[in-house]
Design a binder for this molecule. Sequence first.
Ligand SMILES: *[C@@H]1O[C@H](CO)[C@@H](O)[C@H](O)[C@H]1NC(C)=O
Ligand SMILES: *[C@@H]1O[C@H](CO)[C@@H](O)[C@H](O)[C@H]1NC(C)=O
Ligand SMILES: *[C@@H]1O[C@H](CO)[C@@H](O)[C@H](O)[C@H]1NC(C)=O
Ligand SMILES: *[C@@H]1O[C@H](CO)[C@@H](O)[C@H](O)[C@H]1NC(C)=O
Length: 448
Amino acid sequence: MINNKLLSLLALCSLRASASVTVRKTGEGPTGYEVDFKYVNTTANRVLIGGGLQPFTDQFHTTLEERAWYDPHDYQPGDFYVAFGSPPDGYEWPYEMTSDGDGVWTYTTPLPSGIYSYAYLIDCDFAPACNIETGQLVIDSDLPPFLNVQGDQVASSFQVPFDACFQGTDDINADFDYALPAPDKYRGTIKSVNYTSPGSIHPAPDVHHFGLYLPAEYGTIEGKTYPLLYLSHGAGGNGNDWENLGRMSYIMDNLIAEGHIEPTVVVMPSFYNLDDSLPKFIYGGPIDFSALPSSDHIRENYQQYLFPWVEENIANVCTEPACRAFAGLSWGGRLTYEMYVNATDSFDYYGMFSPATDTPTLSNETLAANPALADKGLFVAYGLYDSVFENGRELQAALSALEIPFVTRITPFGGHYWNTWQDELWWFGVKALWKPKPFTARTGRASS
Ligand SMILES: *[C@@H]1O[C@H](CO)[C@@H](O)[C@H](O)[C@H]1NC(C)=O
Ligand SMILES: *[C@@H]1O[C@H](CO)[C@@H](O)[C@H](O)[C@H]1NC(C)=O
Ligand SMILES: *[C@@H]1O[C@H](CO)[C@@H](O)[C@H](O)[C@H]1NC(C)=O
Ligand SMILES: *[C@@H]1O[C@H](CO)[C@@H](O)[C@H](O)[C@H]1NC(C)=O
């Protein structure tokens, strides 16, 4: 007995870690802000900060395949981060912590405006390849991620404000302060919700989950109903991504506070594990692209279980297409296109963010058979350095060929990552969501 108790105490002690992140305004270059990381681990030999934190690049040195790989200490106005890609030989990951010899690891770096997600990488040399299952990736327990069940998210996040003295440029206005907290009276609520979804294999049999954003005003005005936006994650993600990695609740608060959209309820579903037709997918391991469900499979499941459940169980949400929208990033942008084509009557607004679409099959015949396709509030966005740049352009070309109006946003610092998707959500709200139709040059350049 005593031995067991002692053993579990010992186990607790050796597992205990303290970690923290501090964002400090410095009023000095290179960015006007510095971030201090502290992490305690007495057994680690080397600790990197990765899990989402990227090196930087600039427009002159960036293409779809290449980037400059700047250390943020060398930041210059106009630099930005672009996710992924393989660094050249001999390249050093910039975020390496130093130890005081007693297991206290620290690192200080300047960073420009934006959201950064991170985890500690233990004795693992190439940041993008470190894995939670093998203990190479450790989540900061002092700043736990927004999630439903343990394992649903594998990185924490923090936000750095914009300082125009050090970060401002005319060509790239990479100011992400719309993802900082809005005044208190606009602060909505964000939570994780389980719903009944027969066949679901996660987080429990026949139970599935979504993230739910309720605007601050929700529930304060008797009988008022709210427009409803469905917002999807992409491949390798889940319904907690938009909040945990993209701070969507702050973005929504600010869109509402600044009068760009009326208060809106947002449901962020999860498209993995809806049934057992594919291997179970849980965050944190390598992404298995063979386990990616097809868009029509997801659509049918949502139509059967999710949409009716939301209508029945979330009070005061709009049930008319005019105040319902579907949007999503990457594979979720592809799903949005699927909804546009095959659930046309359910939504009047569609936001295709960096959509991983195939060559669209839209034709005069599809349009003749479904004329409502021409009468929707469409928004198609992607980044200038986005891996789906061509997919987005093809989709726009197909819409233009049929003279279907849409709003475009091409993110000038955009790779296939969260800074681009935040920008897309922001501009979707500013230029497209719930705006009068048909879209015209005033909402953005459409086909003419
Ligand atoms: C400390 O590092 C080891 C690897 O040396 C890792 O297995 C362990 O999870 C880390 N502990 C904490 C508390 O982060
Ligand atoms: C959802 O269900 C899972 C599995 O039963 C549970 O662990 C989790 O706490 C539930 N989440 C919420 C928000 O109720
Ligand atoms: C829409 O439905 C049709 C008929 O079921 C299907 O062939 C097609 O793949 C679906 N999706 C799109 C984007 O056309
Ligand atoms: C659709 O029909 C119009 C009028 O017949 C034609 O000019 C146009 O090229 C057609 N578009 C596509 C994409 O087939």
